[in-house]
Design a protein around this ligand. Structure first.
Ligand SMILES: NC(=O)c1ccc[n+]([C@@H]2O[C@H](COP(=O)([O-])OP(=O)(O)OC[C@H]3O[C@@H](n4cnc5c(N)ncnc54)[C@H](O)[C@@H]3O)[C@@H](O)[C@H]2O)c1
Ligand SMILES: [Zn+2]
Length: 360
C-alpha cells in the first residue's frame, strides 16, 4: 500500500492499494470519532461494492447504512442532495455521523457536497470506484451539483478526512470508463511529468491487463501531481488552472455535443488540439503533438473531432467557456512533454486551422 499526504489547510492522507477496502473497519477510527456511517452510492455501485462494504463495517460494530440514487450525471443535482439528506435525518443520523462516498465522481461530488452542508457539516471519507474518481475527482476537495443552467454551479470546497483508493474495484468498471480516467492520467503526464508520460508509453499494454504495480504507480503519480498543484492553490486562484490541459477545447466539444461524449474522450481530442497548437504557435521547444497523439491512440482514446461537429461550432463554444474571463482566454500549452505554459488569447485563426486538421 502507498500513502500520500495532501497538504491542504487540513492535511489528509490518500491510501492506495489493491484490496485495501478490507482495512476500513480497523483504519476508520483513526480519522473518525463517529461509528455512525452513511454510505452514499449510486444503485450500480451499491450492488457491486457498497453492500459488501456495509456488511464488513456492520460486522465490525459500526452502524452503517446505504443511501443510494440512480447512476449517472442526471442525479448530480440539488434534488438528490435533499432526498439523501431527508433519508439520513429520518434514519437518525445526527451531528456525530460521517458520510462515506462510495462510487465514481458523481457520487463523490454529491456526497461531499451533502457532507459539507448536512447539519452544517459532518466529516466525510472518499472511496472512489472509477478510475476518473481515483485519479482526479477524489483529490482537491471540490464538491458540487449541476443546475439546469450548467454543470457544477453549486458547490463547496470541503476536504475529506481520508481517501481510500482500492484499484481492485476497477475490475468491474466498463472499459470506456477505464479509458475515460486514462485521459486525465495522460493530462498529468503531458503537462506536469515527463516520467509519468514515458511510463505510460512503456507500460500501455500492462495497464490494460490491470497489472497491480502498473495501476498503483499510475494512480499514485496522478494523485501526487494533482495534490501538489492543489496544495499550492487550494481555492483555484491560478496554478490550479494547469489541470485544464486539454480541457479548453475538451469542454467546448462536450458542450457542442450536448454532453453526450464522455468527458475523458473530449479531453483526449482537446489534448491533441492543445499539443498541435503549442507547435503552431511556436511555444513548443520540441515536437510534442506526435507523442501525445501516439500515446492516446495506444490507450484507445480518440484523437480526432467526432463526425457531426464542425470546427466552427467548437470554436463558438470555446468563446462561451467559463475560463474566458473578461474576454481573455487562457490555454494550457506545452513547452515540452511534462512542462506546461499558460498562453493568453491564442489566435482564433490558428485554433480553427488546428481544429480543421482534426476532422478525420
Ligand atoms: N470534484 C472534482 O474535482 C471533479 C473532477 C473531475 C470530475 N468530477 C466530476 O466527476 C463526475 C464524473 O465522474 P465518473 O466518470 O466517475 O462518473 P460516475 O460517477 O457517473 O461513474 C460512471 C459510471 O460507472 C459506474 N461505476 C462506478 N464505479 C464502478 C465500478 N467499480 N464498477 C462498475 N461500474 C462502476 C457508475 O455507476 C456510473 O454508471 C462528473 O460529474 C464530474 O463533474 C469532479
Ligand atoms: Zn477532466
Amino acid at each position: 500500500m502507498k500513502v500520500l499526504t495532501v497538504r491542504t489547510q487540513e492535511p489528509y492522507e490518500i491510501h492506495i492499494g489493491g484490496g485495501i477496502l478490507t482495512d476500513l473497519p480497523e483504519d476508520l477510527p483513526r480519522v473518525l470519532e463517529s461509528r455512525d456511517l452513511a454510505l452514499v452510492s449510486d444503485d450500480t455501485v451499491r450492488e457491486l461494492i457498497a453492500e459488501d462494504l456495509r456488511r464488513l463495517l456492520s460486522e465490525a460494530g459500526f452502524r452503517a447504512e446505504i443511501f443510494s440514487f440512480p447512476p449517472g450525471e442526471a442525479s448530480k443535482r440539488m434534488e438528490t442532495v435533499v432526498e439523501l439528506a431527508r433519508a439520513m435525518v429520518r434514519a437518525g443520523f445526527d451531528r456525530k455521523s460521517a458520510v462515506l462516498a462510495v462510487g465514481g465522481g458523481v457520487t463523490g461530488d454529491l456526497a461531499g457536497f451533502l457532507a459539507s452542508i448536512y447539519l452544517r457539516g459532518v466529516p466525510y471519507i472518499q472511496v472512489p470506484t472509477t478510475l476518473l474518481a481515483q485519479v482526479d475527482s477524489s483529490v482537491g476537495g471540490k464538491t458540487g451539483v449541476d443546475l439546469p443552467e450548467g454543470k457544477n454551479l453549486l458547490g463547496t470546497f470541503y476536504q475529506p478526512r481520508r481517501v481510500y483508493i482500492d484499484y481492485g474495484v476497477l475490475s468491474t468498471l466498463p472499459g470506456e470508463h477505464f479509458r475515460n480516467g486514462l485521459a486525465e492520467v495522460v493530462k498529468y503526464g503531458a503537462s506536469l511529468s515527463a516520467d509519468l508520460f514515458s511510463f505510460l508509453e512503456r507500460e500501455a499494454e500492462r495497464l490494460f491487463l490491470y497489472e497491480p504495480e502498473v495501476l498503483e504507480h499510475v494512480i499514485y503519480e496522478s494523485c501526487r501531481l494533482k495534490a501538489e498543484v492543489v496544495s499550492r492553490d487550494e481555492r483555484e486562484a491560478g496554478l490550479r488552472r494547469v489541470l485544464n490541459f486539454g480541457h479548453t477545447v475538451g469542454h467546448a466539444l462536450e458542450a457542442a455535443l450536448n454532453y453526450e461524449l464522455l468527458h475523458g474522450m473530449a479531453v483526449s481530442v482537446g489534448m491533441v488540439a492543445a499539443a498541435r497548437l503549442s507547435e503552431a504557435l511556436g511555444v513548443a521547444e520540441e515536437p510534442v503533438a506526435e507523442r501525445v497523439e501516439a500515446l492516446l491512440s495506444r490507450l484507445k482514446l480518440p484523437t480526432r473531432l467526432p463526425s457531426g461537429v464542425s470546427p466552427e461550432r467548437v470554436l463558438a463554444f470555446l468563446s462561451a467557456d467559463k475560463k474566458v474571463w473578461k474576454g481573455r482566454l487562457t490555454m494550457v500549452l506545452l513547452r515540452r512533454i511534462g512542462e506546461f505554459v499558460f498562453y493568453q488569447d491564442p489566435s482564433r485563426k490558428v485554433i480553427l486551422e488546428v481544429l480543421e486538421e482534426l476532422c478525420a
